[in-house]
Design a binder for this molecule. Structure first.
Ligand SMILES: [Ca+2]
Ligand SMILES: [Ca+2]
Ligand SMILES: [Ca+2]
Length: 591
């Protein structure tokens, strides 16, 4: 009798251990195995870039092999269970089943421990590869969601996520891809003196919302170094000029004189689009940066302006003004009507017609390139050559008159005797309010001394040649870049910064690739978001994409992609079929 009970106990115990191991295998392996469906580095169009480190790739392969071994062990255990079930009490068969089961369980234990070791190694790799400087302001107690920068409604935020040494007098700038209902951001009935000059409904203290019986501001400026204190609504002035770009100006300086301070900004889920639908998923968007103990008193300069005075250019040109630092988006952008006394008039482009009349260009000034570049595009449609209906974008570009000589005037903002800006809207200022230093003496002198002027000439010709890619970094075949290094594409001519936006250049999980240019779901994009920008140096015109902390997931495949809406300075869409070839590729489009 006793012997029978102990036999039954043993049987139950072995069955239990087997079941537990089985469950463990499914919990640990199943989701990873399915997540490994796409291992290949894809290279669609002429612009796909590999993003997987070789070490990570090996670690992933090891994990997949372990996954298969785990499945094999489970099958062995099932087989043992089957033998036992079919033994019909025959001692010999039961004994055989027990042996198989025991060995199967031992195998599983070994595989599980190997799996844990590999997982540990992979996580260490991830940490080692993720070695950027971006450690500002931990965000452990805030939930991050999918509506991140680039893949969601946000085009750009300033200061850049993860940046450090941000001056205390910084203005926070946010650009949305869709129009926002300003009344859900700012309080149109609570307008401070700082809003003088702004149209009704475009400037005010922050709006508050009642959430769980607490008054919560629409945008939270959170001091991470001081118990996550949130600035009150009447401590922040919010402003906009077009319901796309918003600027948040804290009444008092951020941080302290005595040391660095970490901040997070949370644009809450109370903010809504024009039309009323929520701009964000629950939780809104949050990003972090580190504020230094000093103020920025250095005024911004014009670094380069294209076209310059040297050569006459085709008349469908864009005027591109690159500043030494980020500038205030509101005073630098707008619709120029051709009347120099009407806003927008901080950037004026004038010429003299055959009858000696001074005329001003009508057009649009837009900001891009992480708030460092302003581009002016004429509003006059071009006369295309006979027989040609459109350019490579399928549209009629716009033109300056040509041949013609133009003067460009970029206005400094009004300042007082202490060189402090007195009217933010009156000219170009930097991201902390310093007025443009047009005469490059390091001091904000205000107009007219600090107005910046330049000139260029047009020919009677049009440039209708699309730009093309000349190189891609990292090169696809050697894809071993750290996961936080920028991805770049080089072009054969200067690219319009205004076209380098996340609608034209994105990175997403390869598994989301549906054939369309970009996936719809925000969960396909990196959790920390990404930003795109351009750089022109040493005669190379680059467009770049950088991801933000926590960067790319080392265990996933990514697909960076440019679409054809990326344009040269003459409004021509780029030709994705022409570009550098990958190894072994042989096509007429290869350069
Ligand atoms: Ca500055
Ligand atoms: Ca100056
Ligand atoms: Ca061109």
């Amino acid at each position: 009798m006793l012997a029978v009970i102990s036999q039954k106990r043993k049987t139950v115990a072995i069955a239990l251990v087997g079941a537990l191991c089985l469950a463990a295998v499914f919990v640990l392996f199943a989701p990873h195995v399915s997540a490994q469906a796409s291992l290949g580095l894809e290279f669609p169009q002429a612009s796909g870039l590999g993003t997987t480190d070789l070490k990570m790739l090996i670690a992933r392969i090891v994990r997949i092999v372990l996954g298969f071994l785990g499945i094999a062990a489970v099958i062995i255990n099932i087989y043992a269970g089957y033998l036992w079930m079919m033994s019909q009490g025959e001692e010999e068969k039961i004994e055989k089943a027990k042996k198989i089961l025991l060995n199967g369980v031992i195998g599983l234990v070994i595989i599980l421990s190997s799996y844990l070791i590999v997982s540990y190694v992979i996580s260490r790799f991830s940490e080692a590869i993720n070695s950027g400087p971006d450690q500002a302001g931990g965000r452990n107690d805030y939930i991050y969601n999918g509506e991140a920068l680039g893949g969601g409604i946000l085009e750009n935020v300033f200061p850049e996520p993860g940046s450090n040494g941000v001056p205390r007098n910084v203005l926070i700038m946010v650009t949305f891809k869709e129009a926002i209902d300003a009344a859900t951001v700012l309080d149109t009935n609570n307008v401070p003196a700082a809003c003088n000059g702004f149209a009704a409904g475009t400037c005010g203290f922050l709006k508050t919302f009642n959430v769980n019986n607490q008054e919560v501001p629409s945008v939270k400026i959170i001091n991470r170094s001081q118990n996550n204190q949130v600035l009150a609504a009447n401590q922040v002035v919010a402003m906009t000029n077009n319901n796309h770009t918003f600027i948040f100006d804290p009444v008092a300086y951020l941080g302290s004189e005595s040391g660095d301070t970490n901040y997070s900004i949370n644009i809450t889920d109370q903010v809504r689009k024009t039309g009323g639908s929520p701009a964000f998923l629950p939780g809104g968007y949050l990003w972090s940066f580190g504020v230094s103990s000093v103020l920025d008193v250095t005024p911004p300069r014009v670094e380069t302006i294209v076209p310059g005075a040297q050569n006459a250019v085709a008349k469908n040109t864009t005027v591109q003004i690159n500043f030494s630092e980020a500038v205030n988006a509101i005073s630098a952008t707008g619709l120029a009507t051709g009347n120099p006394n009407e806003p927008f008039n901080n950037i004026l482009i004038q010429y003299t017609d055959a009858n000696n009349n001074v005329l001003y260009m009508s057009g649009t000034a837009k900001i891009s390139n992480r708030f460092r570049t302003i581009e002016f595009i004429s509003s006059i449609p071009c006369q295309l050559p006979v027989g040609q209906q459109t350019n490579s974008c399928g549209v009629v570009p716009t033109c300056f008159p040509g041949p013609e000589d133009f003067q460009v005037l970029i206005k400094a903002a009004q300042v007082n005797d202490n060189h402090e800006t007195t009217n933010l809207l009156s000219g170009i200022t930097d991201s902390t309010g310093n007025s443009l230093d047009g005469n490059n003496n390091g001091i904000a002198d205000g107009p007219d001394a600090d107005n910046y002027s330049s000139n260029f000439s047009t020919t009677a010709d049009l440039d209708l040649t699309p730009p093309h890619i000349t190189a891609i970094v990292p090169v696809q075949a050697t894809a071993s870049a750290p996961k936080n290094s920028p991805i770049e594409a080089n072009f054969n001519e200067i690219i319009s910064a205004g076209s380098v936006v996340s609608d034209n250049f994105r990175i997403f999980e390869t598994s989301c690739n549906s054939g369309a240019d970009f996936p719809q779901s925000s969960s396909c994009y990196p959790a920390g978001g990404f930003g795109v920008y351009k750089e022109d140096a040493d005669n190379v015109s680059k467009v770049l994409l950088r991801t933000y902390d926590p960067y790319l997931d080392g265990l996933k495949s990514y697909n960076p992609r440019l679409n054809a809406q990326l344009k040269d300075l003459y409004q021509n869409c780029f030709n994705p079929a022409v570009g550098p070839c990958s190894a072994g590729q042989n096509s007429p489009g290869c350069q």
